[in-house]
Design a protein around this ligand. Structure first.
Ligand code: MN
Length: 285
């Protein structure tokens, strides 16, 4: 059944557990990507995601290989490097610092995106201090990957140009319940809290837009994204994510349209939650 549906759409090799559409967008630049990652499973996943987004990928296993490959291929020109942070032999921070040091001679600057398991606070700061241009956390989210790559090219469209789903499928009751381990009471309680908090979170985003405060916008969008994400990875989650990434790049212009979309998506999403919040107590208790 699943195979049949996937085959119809010509995406039989896609992960069928994900109901989201592929993230490919016509406006995506096709890039020559150098990917450094020591974990074979993470490497394969990142490679596949990048290829699905239309990029050509060269794989290396650690920072030293990345450095060597980058030096070797300077004539062939990689467009961007995706660099795992923790790797044996040479970690991503060291490799990046070495590349940046060598670039001082040529004046070139290849975008380097850190890929990290965001275990530690201050990770992002360390990556940026080492000369990296962007940062994504594992497990890699395809939408975030595409947006972060785009944001690493100052000359390209500033917006994380991930296509919005014109018809986001609302989460089914079963999907929502599954998020709460089948606990209807818990779903009801959290739906109520979310509905109470949602207007405040939107107010915060409004305030950030009004004062053109990118930092506040990033934080507010992140909070909303996290809250919505507890229920489902809906269209609203995706838009909040785009808003956050936009703000992270220091941009506020263009955010109004995204916010408008977010408001509409949340209005729909909240209707579903209202129903759950109002539902009479489930069998338990
Ligand atoms: Mn690693």
């Amino acid at each position: 059944m699943v195979m049949l549906r996937a085959a119809e759409h010509g995406t039989a090799h896609e992960d069928c557990s994900l109901t989201t559409r592929p993230v490919v967008d016509q406006s995506h630049p096709k890039l020559n990507v150098l990917l450094a990652e020591d974990n074979p499973i993470n490497r394969l996943l990142a490679q596949k995601l990048l290829q699905k987004q239309g990029h050509v990928v060269t794989l290396v296993n650690n920072g030293r290989e990345a450095l060597e490959r980058w030096e070797l291929n300077q004539s062939l020109q990689f467009d961007i490097i995706l660099m795992d942070v923790q790797m044996p032999e040479m970690d991503g921070l060291q490799a990046t610092a070495d590349i940046r040091a060598k670039e001082l001679v040529t004046g070139a600057h290849i975008p380097i995106i850190a890929v990290t398991a965001h275990a530690m606070k201050g990770d992002r700061e360390r990556c940026l201090a080492a000369g990296m241009d962007g940062y994504i956390s594992k497990p890699i989210n395809p939408v975030e990957l595409a947006a972060t790559i785009l944001a690493a090219f100052p000359g390209r469209p500033k917006l994380p140009n991930v296509p919005a789903d014109p018809n986001p499928k609302p989460p089914s009751d079963a999907e929502l319940l599954a998020r709460f381990d089948g606990d209807g009471e818990l779903l009801k309680e959290l739906a109520g809290i979310f509905l109470q908090e949602c207007p405040k979170m939107l107010d915060e985003i409004r305030e950030a837009l009004r004062t053109r405060d990118a930092k506040l916008l990033e934080r507010a969008a992140h909070t909303l994204k996290g809250s919505v994400g507890n229920f489902a990875l809906s269209g609203a989650w995706e838009t909040a994510q785009r808003l956050e990434l936009l703000a992270k790049s220091g941009e506020v212009s263009g955010a109004e349209d995204m916010f408008h979309t977010l408001e509409q998506q949340l209005a729909q999403f909240n209707q579903i939650l209202v129903r759950h919040a109002a539902e009479p107590a489930h069998q338990s208790r």
